[in-house]
Design a protein around this ligand. Structure first.
Ligand code: GDP
Length: 546
């Protein structure tokens, strides 16, 4: 359901609101949300996620009239034809808008009608009748067609529409990723041939065979989480990026959009070769075009450096979501309240959940925090033993109850035990579930609802690129659908695993943050306990523009 639809001027004056509100944007409950996304310097249509992760918003501009149209909705919902509705609202409002008029009460009836029509189109699409109803590409032309009175072009169903993501994934994966050899191994895992053969932290086989002999505490040095990575300014003048834009270098004149288009197209293609999903690459280019339109370049400014700066800004904005989480600070806050901080690791089989859980434990231990592991993968044989090996090596307690138990209950008992023993953090390992396996997803949803962890961390493999984006979206959707409580808990943060194996195909990080609004909190970059890093947005930007 649409929670809010606002029409306001670029100056922030609300002209019409679905909930009937008027007046200044400051008074609106979605003020922060809108301000953080829109009033800065965005000028292309787009989508975003609220700070608490619960709401999503989509916006459209009418640049000619200086109007902004924003729809706010519960993030977990699949709002079909929302772009369609926004475009129709934009077109109809443009007809009645007058700069001197500030009250548009009568627009409510028009909106109701537009909403009904959009709903009908969505229903039609859902029932399969709209197989031929083409999802038009982005027109990238906010607000210019309305005055002609023509029908607004429907675009796709929105950034959170699963079908969009499915298509997006298929397209990009096909183009960029040779599918890994998907033959499952003996544990049902899908191995990747590019995976390094060094299995330093992979104890799963030993665990299954009962050959657990390692009782020695490991000392591998400082976790990379706490080491600052030096990143330069990235590719300079002679790089690919400059060469594409150099040809349209201008001196002392206004940037001409038509001259820029081929270069933007080349940029989009280039981003896609680095695993950036097509839709996102397209949005980035649109937003760059919009921010450059009409800009005058000084005689010594090259268009390449102007575009690069705009691109960097847009990428950094995506990679640095407003919803940031400081785990160490939050652990200490929980400690003061005499309870452990709980992190639940979720993700599909074989992505590196338990390995990276152990790396997180190692990092926490280096910060003088006490950690308990909770073996809540009571489904896959060998999982408990594998975690036990990590616990032994790290010399930390593990709470385990074997297999075929109710994982929600095991997690609850583990947290109780950690509270009793004054452990600072509980790291909960869960069964790797395929997001389309309903009983397993229901169990995960129950575990999360009953135990209200501080952090639900999604582990996604950087290597499989946009497959991980698809998994993430579907996990969120299932957690929302299967939740027994009204305010469903969704994924709070991302751990991007196997980043050391992706070379320059770093786009998955961008896509995952873009579609979920959840920050990448850890990056797994190898098979030692120290191989855990923070996401370095600047280095990703450099790699993408290389
Ligand atoms: P789980 O089934 O999700 O718990 O996955 P595991 O933790 O058992 O990991 C699966 C495989 O991925 C193991 O061989 C790990 O050593 C490997 N792995 C995990 N994280 C990384 C990483 O950051 N880089 C690399 N190269 N391999 C990793």
């Amino acid at each position: 359901m649409l929670e809010e639809l606002l029409i306001f001027t670029r100056g922030g004056l609300i002209l019409w609101a679905l909930s009937g509100g008027g007046g200044s944007l400051k008074a609106s409950p979605v003020d922060a949300l809108i301000r953080s996304y829109l009033l800065e310097d965005r000028s292309a249509d787009g989508a975003g996620v609220s700070q608490d992760g619960k709401h999503a918003l989509k916006w459209a501009f009418h640049n000619g009239l200086g109007l902004v149209f924003v729809a706010v909705y519960r993030r977990v919902l699949r709002l079909l034809r929302l772009d369609d509705l926004l475009a129709a609202v934009r077109a109809e409002f443009a007809r009645v808008y007058h700069p001197k008029r500030t009250s548009y009460d009568g627009f409510s009836d028009v909106f109701r009608q537009l909403h009904l029509e959009a709903q009908a189109r969505a229903d039609e699409m859902n029932s399969g009748n709209a197989g031929g109803s083409k999802q038009a590409g982005s027109d990238g032309d906010s607000g210019k067609k309305e005055n002609s009175g023509g029908d607004p072009k429907p675009k796709d169903g929105g950034a959170f529409d699963l079908s969009t993501l499915q298509n997006l994934r298929n397209r990009v994966i096909r183009r960029n990723n040779k599918k890994p050899n998907n033959k499952p191994d003996i544990k049902g895992r899908h191995k990747n041939p590019n995976e390094p053969s060094d299995k330093k932290l992979d104890f799963s086989d030993a665990a299954e065979r009962g050959k657990v002999t390692d009782h020695v505490a490991i000392k591998e040095g400082q976790s990379k989480m706490d080491k600052d990575e030096q990143v330069g300014d990235g590719p300079q003048a002679k790089g690919w990026f400059s060469s594409v834009f150099q040809s349209i270098a201008v001196g002392n004149k206004v940037i001409d959009m038509s001259g820029l288009q081929p270069a933007l197209k080349a940029l989009k293609d280039r981003l896609m070769t680095k695993n950036v999903a097509e839709e996102i690459a397209e949005k980035l280019c649109e937003s760059i075009a919009a921010s450059l339109e009409g800009k005058k370049l000084g005689s010594f400014t090259s268009i390449a450096s102007t575009v690069r700066a705009a691109m960097e800004k847009a990428l950094l904005r995506i990679l640095t979501p407003s919803r940031s989480i400081d785990i160490l600070r939050d652990v200490h806050a929980a400690k003061e309240r005499e309870r452990p901080y709980v992190i639940v690791f979720v993700g599909v089989n074989g992505v590196g959940k338990s390995t990276n859980l152990a790396k997180v434990a190692y990092w926490l231990l280096q910060h003088d925090l006490s950690v308990t592991l909770a073996a809540c993968d009571t489904f896959r044989s060998g999982a408990v033993e594998q975690l036990r090996i990590h616990a032994r090596r790290l010399q930390i307690p593990i709470f385990e109850k074997g297999y075929e138990r109710d994982t929600a209950v095991v997690a609850k008992q583990a947290i109780q035990e950690a509270t009793r023993t004054k452990s600072d953090v509980v790291l909960v390992d869960t069964a790797g579930r395929m997001q389309d396996n309903e009983p397993l997803m229901r169990a995960l949803s129950k575990l999360i609802n009953i135990n209200s962890p501080d952090l639900v961390l999604f582990v996604g493999e950087a290597l499989v690129g946009n497959d991980a984006v698809d998994q993430l979206t579907q996990f969120n959707q299932k957690l929302a659908d299967l939740s027994s409580v009204p305010a469903a808990r969704l994924i709070d943060g991302i751990l991007l695993s196997k980043f050391d194996t992706v070379d320059d195909k770093v786009g998955a990080a961008l896509s995952m943050v873009y579609v979920s609004g959840a920050p990448v909190m850890f990056v797994g970059c190898g098979q030692s306990y120290t191989d855990l890093k923070k996401l370095n947005a600047k280095s990703i930007v450099n790699t993408l523009l290389k």
